[in-house]
Ligand binder design. Sequence first.
Ligand SMILES: Nc1ncnc2c1ncn2[C@@H]1O[C@H](COP(=O)(O)OP(=O)(O)O)[C@@H](O)[C@H]1O
Ligand SMILES: [Mg+2]
Length: 206
Amino acid sequence: MDVTGKIIGRGAEAILYLNDNGVLVKNRIKKNYRIEEIDTILRRLRTRHEARILTRAKRVGVNTPSVIDVREYEIFMEFIDGKLLKEVLNSTNSSKRREFAREIGKMIGKLHSAGIIHGDLTTSNMILKDDKIYFIDFGLALHSTSVEDRAVDLYLLHQAYQSTHFRYVKELWRNTEKGYMETFKDWDVVLKRIEQISKRGRYAKR
Ligand SMILES: Nc1ncnc2c1ncn2[C@@H]1O[C@H](COP(=O)(O)OP(=O)(O)O)[C@@H](O)[C@H]1O
Ligand SMILES: [Mg+2]
C-alpha cells in the first residue's frame, strides 16, 4: 500500500490519510491474525458496506462526507475540515450546545426512519464544520428497524454524553430527544425502551 499523504487517524481496522488531491482515504488494513482468504473477503465486504451506508445516509438528509470512489479496501471520501465535536462541545456556549444536540437527534431520527443504525454514536464520530455537524464512521452501521437496535444506538450516545460531557448530560439528552421526535415517528417506543435498557445496565452492575 502506498500511503503518500498525511495520516489523519489510525483505528483498529483502518488507516485514514489525506491524499494529494485533498481526498480522505479510509484504508482497511490487513489483519494478520485472520486467515488471508477470510481477511480479504471481510475487508472487501466491510469497505463496500460502509460506503453504501454512508451514501444512503446522505441521501436521506444526514450530513455525511460524500463518497467519491470505492476500491477493494478503500473508501475515498470528502475530507471534512473541521473539529471533532468531542473536543469542542464542552466549551461551546449553552444555546449552541442545545442546538447541536437537537441537530444530532434530528439526524439520528432520519437514520432510524431509513432503517439505518449507526452503531457507534459518540462525539468522536461527529465533526463540526461551519456550525454544521457531520456523522462519520459508519464502520459498525447496520440495517435494522428493530426497537431494540434503535434504542441501543441512542443509549450508546447517552453513555458517551455521560462520560465525555457529564456536566451537560441533561441538556444534551433533552435536546437530542427533542430532535429525534421531530424526524422519527415511532420515537415513543424507542425512548421507552432506552429506560428499560438503562435499568438493565444498573442491575447487571450489581
Ligand atoms: N471524512 C472525514 N473528514 C475528516 N476527518 C475524518 C473523516 N473521516 C474520518 N476522519 C478522522 O479520522 C478518525 C478515524 O476515522 P473513523 O472513520 O472514525 O475510523 P475508525 O473506525 O478507526 O474509528 C476520525 O475520528 C476523524 O478524526
Ligand atoms: Mg471512529
